[in-house]
Design a protein around this ligand. Structure first.
Ligand code: IPM
Ligand code: MG
Length: 364
C-alpha cells in the first residue's frame, strides 16, 4: 500500500486534486498500486478550521506519508491577515518542514499546443527544459527580514522593508548535484542562472557550482545572468537543457517559461528532499479564487504532477508515461479547457471534469 497525503488547499486546488485522484484511481487499478489517501487541510481552509494555515496535524500526516500531493493555497480574502497566518506561509512552511530543497519544474511543450503559445510555433517547438529551482533558501527564508522604522538624516521617521538574499555553500552544493544528476539523464547541459555581476550571493553560487561540476565531467556547464535568461527563454528556449537557479529567480523564470507551453495550467512540479522525508508534488500555478468551483480550470498541471510522483516517489515510469500519453492523445483530439482553447483551431472547449474523463478513458 502507498500512503499519499492529499493537501487540496484553497480555490481551484480542490477541484484539480479531485480530478487528479480520479486519474490515480484508474492508474492504481491497472498497476495494482493500492493508494491510500490521507486528506488534510492547508492554507486558508486550515486557518478557518484550526486558526493556523499549517496545522501540526498536517505536517505529521505529510511526514508519515510516502508522497504528498498539493493543490494550491491562497485567497484574496486572507490578504488582511498578518504574514505568519497567510496561506502562502503554509506553503513555504511545508517545503521547509519536509526539507524539500530541490524543485523540479519541467517545461516541455506538447506539439498539439504549439498554437496556444504566444511564441511562434517554430520557436516554441521542441522546448524541453528542466528548471531546477532551489526551494528552501534565498530571500524567501533569509534573515534578517521585516519592516521597521528608521530616522532619516533630516529627522523624519520612515519605514524600511528588507529581506536577505542568502545561500551557504552546503545549500548550493546539494542543489547543484541535483541539477547535474538531472542533466546526466538528459542532454547533459547545465546553465547556472544568477546575477553574479551584481550580487555576492550569486558569485558564491557560481563558485560552488563550478566546483561541483568537476564531479560531472560528462556534463557541460554554462552561466547566464537572470535578466538575459528571461530574454533568451522567449528568443530561443531550445538552447536550454537544465537551468540551475535559486529560489526567487526560479519562481519568476518558471512562470515565464510556462507560457511557452501554452498556459500556466500545463506546468507540473516535483519537490525533492534528501530522501529522508517524502517528496511533494504540486502544479506551479496558484489557487485562482475567481475560478473556484466553476469547473473551468485546466487540471493537466496537477495530473502531470501526479505522473511525476509515480516516477520519482514510486519508481513507476510505465504508469507515468501512460498518463502523459493519455494527455497527449486527449490534446490531439482537440479537447481543451479554456486557458488553451482556440476557436480558429477547431478546438472543443470542455470542463475540468470532462477533459479528465477523456484522459482517464485513454489510460490503459
Ligand atoms: C510557486 C508560488 C509560490 C512561490 C508562492 C505561492 C508562495 O509562486 O510555487 O511558484 O513563490 O514559491
Ligand atoms: Mg511561482
Amino acid at each position: 500500500m502507498k500512503n499519499i497525503a492529499v493537501l487540496m488547499g484553497d480555490g481551484v486546488g480542490v477541484e484539480i486534486l479531485e480530478q487528479t485522484i480520479r486519474v490515480l484511481d484508474k492508474v492504481s487499478s491497472i498497476y495494482k498500486l493500492d493508494f491510500k489517501y490521507h486528506y488534510t487541510p492547508i492554507g486558508g481552509n486550515a486557518y478557518e478550521e484550526t486558526g493556523t494555515p499549517l496545522p501540526n496535524k498536517t505536517i505529521e500526516i505529510a511526514k508519515a506519508s510516502d508522497a504528498v500531493l498539493l493543490g494550491a493555497v491562497g485567497d484574496w480574502k486572507y490578504d488582511i491577515l498578518p504574514p505568519e497566518l497567510r496561506p502562502e506561509k503554509a506553503l513555504l512552511g511545508i517545503r521547509k518542514k519536509l526539507n524539500l530543497f530541490a524543485n523540479l519544474r519541467p517545461v516541455k511543450v506538447f506539439d498539439e499546443l504549439l498554437h496556444a503559445s504566444p511564441l511562434r510555433p517554430e520557436i516554441a517547438q521542441n522546448t524541453d527544459i528542466m528548471i531546477v529551482r532551489e526551494l528552501t533558501g534565498d530571500v524567501y527564508f533569509g534573515e534578517p527580514r521585516g519592516i521597521e522604522r528608521k530616522t532619516t538624516l533630516d529627522g523624519r521617521e520612515i519605514k524600511v522593508g528588507f529581506n536577505n538574499m542568502i545561500y551557504d555553500e552546503d545549500e548550493i552544493r546539494r542543489i547543484a548535484h541535483v541539477a547535474f544528476k538531472s542533466a546526466q539523464k538528459r542532454k547533459k547541459r547545465v546553465c547556472c542562472v544568477d546575477k553574479a555581476n551584481v550580487l555576492d550571493v550569486s558569485r558564491l553560487f557560481r563558485e560552488i557550482t563550478a566546483e561541483v561540476a568537476k564531479e560531472y565531467s560528462d556534463v557541460e556547464l554554462s552561466y547566464m545572468y537572470v535578466d538575459n535568461c528571461a530574454m533568451q527563454l522567449v528568443l530561443n528556449p531550445k538552447q536550454f537543457d537544465v537551468i540551475l537557479t535559486g529560489n526567487i529567480f526560479g519562481d519568476i523564470l518558471s512562470d515565464e517559461a510556462s507560457t511557452i507551453c501554452g498556459s500556466l495550467g500545463m506546468l507540473p512540479s516535483a519537490s525533492l528532499s534528501d530522501g529522508n522525508t517524502p517528496f511533494l508534488y504540486e502544479p506551479i500555478h496558484g489557487s485562482a479564487p475567481d475560478l473556484k468551483g466553476k469547473n473551468v480550470v485546466n487540471p493537466i498541471a496537477t495530473i502531470l504532477s501526479a505522473a511525476m510522483m509515480l516516477n520519482y516517489s514510486f519508481d513507476n515510469k510505465l504508469a507515468a508515461d501512460n498518463i502523459t500519453r493519455a494527455i497527449k492523445e486527449t490534446l490531439k483530439e482537440g479537447y481543451r479547457t479554456r486557458d488553451i482553447f482556440n476557436k480558429e483551431n477547431g478546438d472543443e472547449l470542455v470542463t475540468t471534469s470532462k477533459i479528465t474523463d477523456v484522459i482517464i478513458d485513454k489510460i490503459r
